[in-house]
Design a protein around this ligand. Sequence first.
Ligand code: ADP
Length: 478
Amino acid sequence: MKVLSVTSEIYPLIKTGGLADVAGALPLALAGLGIETRTIIPGYPAIMKAVDGHAEKVHTFAELFGERATLYAAKCEGLDLLVLDIPALFGRFGNPYNSATGEGYSDNWRRFGALSKAAAEVAAGVLPGWEPDLVHCHDWQAAMTPVYMRFSDVPEKPSILTIHNIAFQGTFGPDIFPWLGLPAHAMAVDGVEYFGNVGFLKGGLQTAWAVTTVSPTYAREIQTPQYGMGLEGLIAARAHTVHGIVNGIDTDVWNPTTDQSLASRYTPSRLRLREPNRQVLSERFGLDDDTSPIFCVVSRLTWQKGMDLLAEAIGPLVAMGGKLAVLGTGDHHLEEAFRNAVRLYPGRVGTIIGYDETLSHIQQAGADAIVIPSRFEPCGLTQLYGLRYGCVPVVARTGGLADTIIDANPAALDVKVATGIQFSPVETWSLVHALRRAINLYNDKKAWMHMQKQGMKSDVSWKSSAKLYADLYSSLFV
Ligand code: ADP
């Protein structure tokens, strides 16, 4: 089967979050199941540089959203890419969506409208010698692809839209509609119209043959007003086509037995070899060199991630004897709150504001636990890295966190299946209670080590999830 994947970011070439990890890993996992994936992606400077010298021009669009566009084919990092080169739209350095001030580019509707339109043309067969059987689109940036396929003269290809985070919907004013190149009747409830505006994600949810999201719990949650962010009615109406498939991780990149970022590599049976990583971590974050538990954070510092709750829990955490190592970037007031905590609790709290992939590996290998108090979490990856590295996840009971961590309640501890700690409701007092449970368990060395080992045994690879995607593809391709 041939699949066209449509995405606005892909690991390891350009990444702002979990979407890139999925878009980069899934094609490789599906290849083992006989599914050939080509990925269409905007030609940002980072992508153009990566394919420079070995890209082949495969198609020219005389006009896409007022611009001339070129499609290049290139193999890169094991991926089979179709790069959409439109310098006026994509030739911008830095974050793929936002300007240096952090604001979304005002022409994002043109940029990702063009990506979706080009993808629909590829689906319709404009490339010589290659036509997909199915189109898999990711998030609002690719969500107009099934809309263009629906409102075209060419027979429609089966399509899947995966929601990685419903908070990002790509909603624009009605004045852009005439520029989208769609027939007038597409500005309606069974097209892109969304409360009088143009909704890219809404249009995709309406027209894709199947909708997936990245965990079964999040698939249920987004059918409710609390999590659906306005789209719950539409998703609930399509419930029979909505599936939740948990993300896997790249188990070669995230492998504590071979990880070259670490000071010391280790296996479940030699957990004491984590110690040198703990020391590096303590030095980097300026933490006291003692045996009290280190909790870590690798995260965007935002409200969604519950980082304000954690900032409020620092006092109690320190009073209970815990230490905290925070790596992240995000909202300025949260960055400031974690910097402040370092001043208040020297040696007990360390904060590094920034994005540092290598350091994130050291944290998972050196800290005792990772704290993820998200208010909502479609899937989450850092708890999966935590499982793999024996860094026990302390998580909010929501979305993919609820689906991937087995809470250390007495029954689970009794039968030795616990892999972490869950808490609910997602409020500060409840988080503090979870941190206390974690510290009590940490002090029971045998129980803690068992939980680490149990986590390290969990299957966090793409194997079973890729099979679920393959089955879904087959069910649509008749
Ligand atoms: P989201 O996509 O909502 O940000 P995920 O947990 O799904 O959350 O994915 C976040 C990814 O980004 C993970 O791979 C995580 O390790 C990485 N990450 C987040 N912040 C940082 C940081 N400051 N430094 C290094 N890696 C980070």
